[in-house]
Design a protein around this ligand. Structure first.
Ligand code: PMP
Length: 388
């Protein structure tokens, strides 16, 4: 038969429920498998079958590489979630939002300038901004670290700067705002987590250049599909040129799958995926908080104040994608090692441009991964109690 799901990590057996005893709790990557149960509930309606002859062409209609139907669904899903203004915006598709991050840097960098645009992000920041910007080694842009260190220079009209603003932020899930302003400062708003799943939506985002991804909306990270909402036509054209030059557009198969998934999200009860996700993520956060509180001050996690959400039309509590954990004991300078000794794999603070007092724990992985994480933390609690 056809397996209902693939076993993750250290789980095996016919229904993936047998755990190997020494397996570490993996709270490292941002794989959004918490959404898997939602799609199991919608298995039939979300399935696609593509005949061999279908969609063989480079284009949809002899001209464009962008599905108009998918574009319409994207605008609709934003209007349902109330998380972004799409009126008067162009849409560019990318191979995940990862590809669009560099497409945006390219499009916002000055051409033929004697000095490259300075690309910055406030710490702690998502590591890919630095890795990608350095990897592509362009004469037009250069990564320059923490945005906070450039506040004095940013009013200088001769200094071109590009700030990545991640809101909610990865790793600490705060609703960040740009830290730089000035005549030659451009911003890229990475809105990967700006969905009711992970944050209150105080108002629809209205930034000049916003980047979203299906990875964190429906959970289909492996399909590699993201989009940018772009106000300025020239910036839009340059981003499009980047995508066309490097990839001739996003795979038509990927677009077909994304369109199907969004159709399931939008047909019927269009609030369902948001309610499911908020419930799942907020319950996880509460469980984590309760467990950590039993460790009495050994670790702390970020505070996320309750806030009015225009999607839920009420004040709502936190449901972040990650816990940004800090080791509070003086001797626990290497917080990653402290957790590793407890058989938990997090992601080191140094990866996000800060020291190793912090570790990021992923909360959006599969239910099994999350429960294993809780179990390992509870084991720490019982060891501490036993030591008294
Ligand atoms: N931006 C942020 C802030 C992210 O956390 C991620 C994925 N972890 C991405 C962009 C990239 O996502 P993708 O390429 O899957 O769309």
């Amino acid at each position: 038969g056809y397996p209902v799901c693939e076993c993750h990590n250290c789980f095996g057996g016919p229904d993936c429920s047998v755990l190997s005893p020494d397996c570490p709790a993996d709270a490292d990557g941002g794989d959004p498998l918490f959404l898997e149960p939602f799609w199991i509930q919608h298995a039939a309606s979300s399935a696609i079958l593509v005949a061999g002859w279908h969609r063989m062409s480079y284009t949809f209609d002899g001209k464009t590489t962008i599905s108009k139907e998918l574009e319409k669904s994207i605008r609709r899903v934003h209007s349902v979630a109330k998380n972004a203004i799409t009126d008067g915006r162009y849409i560019v598709f990318g191979v995940g939002s990862t590809q669009l991050l560099n497409a945006a840097v390219y499009a916002l960098s000055p051409e033929n300038s004697s000095s490259p645009a300075k690309v910055v992000a406030a710490t702690p920041y998502f590591p890919v901004y630095e890795i990608q910007t350095e990897y592509f080694r362009s004469v037009d842009f250069k990564f320059q670290g923490d945005a906070n260190l450039w506040k004095n220079r940013s009013m200088d009209a001769n200094v071109s700067m590009i700030e990545f603003v991640t809101s909610p932020n990865n790793p600490d899930c705060q609703l960040n705002k740009a830290v730089l302003e000035g005549p030659s400062v451009k911003t890229i708003h990475d809105r990967a987590y700006y969905w009711p799943h992970f944050t209150a939506i105080p108002a629809p985002a209205d930034d000049d250049l916003m980047i979203f991804t299906i990875s964190k909306l429906t959970g289909h990270a492996g399909s590699r599909f993201g989009w940018a909402l772009v106000k300025d036509e020239t910036v839009y054209q340059r981003m499009l040129q980047y995508i066309q030059t490097s990839e001739l557009g996003v795979s038509r198969d990927t677009q077909l799958r994304a369109a199907k998934l969004l159709k399931v999200v939008l047909d019927g009860d269009e609030r369902e995926i948001f309610e499911f996700s908020y419930k799942a993520m907020s319950e996880r956060w509460e469980k984590l908080r309760t467990t950590l509180s039993m460790l009495r001050g050994r670790f702390s996690i970020q505070e996320i104040p309750p806030q009015f959400c225009t999607f839920f039309q009420q004040v709502r509590g936190p449901s972040p994608a990650y816990a940004w954990l800090k080791c509070e004991r003086e001797e626990d300078e290497d917080c990653y090692a402290v957790l590793r000794a407890a058989n938990i794999i997090g992601r080191k603070g140094t990866r996000f441009g800060v020291n190793n007092r912090h570790v990021r724990l992923s909360l959006l992985r599969s239910q099994n991964d999350f429960e294993l994480l809780l179990n390992r933390l509870r084991k720490l609690v019982s060891e501490e109690d036993g030591a008294k």
